[in-house]
Design a protein around this ligand. Structure first.
Ligand code: SF4
Length: 191
């Protein structure tokens, strides 16, 4: 029986894997002893995508007690086949950093400090800003070579997508941007 590395790790880390492993001809006692020492023993496994660049390399993440304890390239991922560049390899530091910003921050006009606000408040503020900016900078018509055209757009707002947005999210972002009259629409992969 052939096992991929990832399948083997899953099997070795799983509770009650002794029977399956013994059937495969492994020394179960040695494996049990080693798995107790293994840092991913008892951890939940998830797949994720690197957040740094537009390559979108796949990762395997092991989480224990709500904390990311191990991260490695996903050998089954079509893009990176288990490899990670130096940036991706240290993405481990991002979720575990005590400097990680977990809530929206707001600095009021004239203030010298940031304050935490809720997501609801942040979304409300962003929506208000978009509305104000759009209303103040709306271009209904444009005249070119003496001919006037209806254009219905604003050049005061830009939208930038990121490597972690999937096709469906990008489709919805694009729809929203076009509906708002935004023409400066870009993606991180092309910047
Ligand atoms: S691992 Fe490197 S190449 Fe892959 S997505 Fe992350 S930053 Fe880009």
């Amino acid at each position: 029986m052939k096992l991929k590395r990832r399948e083997f790790l899953k099997l070795a880390g799983a509770t009650g894997a002794g029977l399956a492993l013994s059937q495969l001809g492994f020394n179960v006692r040695s494996i049990e002893a080693a798995s107790k020492e293994c840092r991913i023993h008892g951890a939940s496994e998830y797949t994720s995508i690197c957040n740094f660049c537009s390559c979108g390399c796949g990762m395997i993440c092991h989480v224990k007690d709500g904390k990311l304890i191990n991260l490695e390239g996903d050998p089954d991922h079509i893009i990176n086949e288990g490899a990670l560049c130096s940036k991706g390899a240290v993405m481990y530091e991002v979720p575990n950093s005590d400097q990680r910003v977990k809530t929206p921050l707001y600095r009021a006009p004239g203030s010298d400090r940031w304050e935490e606000i809720s997501w609801e408040t942040a979304i409300e503020k962003i929506a208000q800003k978009i509305k104000e900016t759009r209303d103040e900078n709306w271009i209904a018509e444009e005249t070119v070579d003496g001919q006037t055209y209806e254009v219905h757009r604003t050049d005061a707002i830009g939208f930038v997508g990121g490597a972690q947005n999937n096709n469906e999210e990008c489709y919805l972002f694009t729809k929203m941007a076009r509906a708002l009259g935004v023409t400066f629409l870009e993606h991180q992969a092309r910047v």
